[in-house]
Design a protein around this ligand. Structure first.
Ligand SMILES: [Zn+2]
Length: 74
């Protein structure tokens, strides 16, 4: 494995962890009005074969978008 491979692998792990984290937050309707002071995250679920993963490729799948509200930070 060269450096680029290692960097990509590390990024994949970080993104995976963030995704797992976000998925535990309550999902809200994508078009629901947002409350001031709350933090929302949009998650784009691409199909595994989507060209968006080919590096700078455009999305050519039927992407599913979910919206999650971050719990209040203490
Ligand atoms: Zn896609």
């Amino acid at each position: 494995m060269n450096r680029a491979h290692l960097r990509r692998a590390a990024r994949k792990i970080r993104e995976g962890e963030l995704q797992n984290y976000i998925h535990h937050w309550p999902e809200v309707p994508v078009d629901a009005p947002m409350e001031r002071g709350k933090v929302y995250h949009y998650v784009f679920h691409h199909d595994p074969w989507c060209t968006v993963y080919d590096g700078g490729g455009e999305c050519n799948c039927d992407v599913e978008i979910t919206k999650h509200a971050e719990p209040k930070r203490s």
